[in-house]
Design a protein around this ligand. Sequence first.
Ligand code: SAM
Length: 459
Amino acid sequence: MSQSPEKKPSPAASAAVSAPALWQQLEAVAQALHGILGGQSSKAVLGQVPQRLRPGVQALLFQVLRQLGRAQALQKQLAPRSPAPKVSALLCTALALAWDEAQAPYPPFTLVNQAVEAAKRGAARAQSGFINACLRRFLRERDALVAATESNPVAVWNHPAWWIERLKKDHPQDWQRMLAANNAQPPMTLRVNRQKTTQDQYQSALAAIELKSQPLADMGLQLEQAVAVQVLPHFAEGWASVQDAAAQAAAPLLLDGLRTTAAPLRVLDACAAPGGKTAHLLEYAAPGSLQVTALEIDAERASRIEDTLGRLGLKAWVLVADASRPEDWFERQCQGQLFDAILLDAPCTASGIVRRQPDVRWLRRESDVAQLAEIQARLLDTLWPLLKPGGRMVYCTCSVFKAEGDAQVQAFLARNTTAQSLPAPGHLIPGKADKPGCVADNALGDHDGFFYALLEKSR
Ligand SMILES: C[S@@+](CC[C@H](N)C(=O)[O-])C[C@H]1O[C@@H](n2cnc3c(N)ncnc32)[C@H](O)[C@@H]1O
């Protein structure tokens, strides 16, 4: 592989233009990586990065997380005895960014020089000679070192081995493209607020400020390029929201086909924060035709539902409570009145949205899947009795694991004779939609991984 010092900086590099020095950013990325490998989320570690460095550091950190399996495999060859965690974090940062010249945000030799500088000036000072030796050898022997990692699936796919195995078993036809999609940059997708404008009009408003977009499903627009929300026409007045195309399938699935009555339909959004789907339900229905109760266990997150609805000019009743303990809130707060429809967007591993949250794959443990599946089963069982006969429930998760999707719903149907399953998208595979015949997947463009089931209660 040849080096190209003239190479144009990638978007990650451009985002970092105003930052003072690359070595400072690399040091901050390595510290953030160290925090994530110690169990903290990327949101938490990025919160500790000085404001002026944050955009550049985030862009580089996300790239590192998407290449971490490869970097760790390369490091194992360069340093067979595991170095101290902070040294390893800096080595992996440099290797993740530099191993593939086509995707490197800066020329590999620049990255190596700057990583060595970061070592000399930062937390890995005592080991800077060792880091220098490893990275110089990497530059000299890069092709052979990379070739030696090709038989290691963790290096090739940049996911933990258990995750790869689970996807192979759950999606034997699709696992490779799912893993590849997880390592790509996600598009920015909008949901147009049909109470304020139309999909066509909003697309024209975007075009007027030179933002190209592609219409998706009912009210979606996928932007050709991500922008800050402040740039979007009438964003503050609630004309549009940022929401992945797969998440936009919930409201139509629950509300289309529900029998309307003279009184507003009573809808429970059982796990509601930050309120993206609560808002979509209210935007989608005719004004005044829904009475939505938005339940959320976490008070701080519940306040974000109010913010979301406030900007859009919508109203729901926000309740801070545990959905799995209706004895605390159903009689007292809802007067024991059954719901016409329930949306259960259950807590899950988030295995479908790792392209947006690239830390998730490294933070999750395999045992989390069974633990979360147990919580989801409990939520299904406790909320089902709160549904009117003839009422409908959408069960969804932003997971691609069958234990949190198909298998969960099949087990629920087996123990509930009052539930029947209606046509629904099932498992949506992340990346570009290519599942013809599926109810919602055809029109969704490039979307996250999701699972949807629609259940109806017998009369
Ligand atoms: C997948 S997120 C929901 C996303 C939301 N529906 C949206 O579209 O913006 C799951 C939410 O459920 C909440 N949650 C988890 N367990 C809960 C419970 N037992 N009762 C109520 N909310 C719960 C979490 O705090 C989290 O905010």
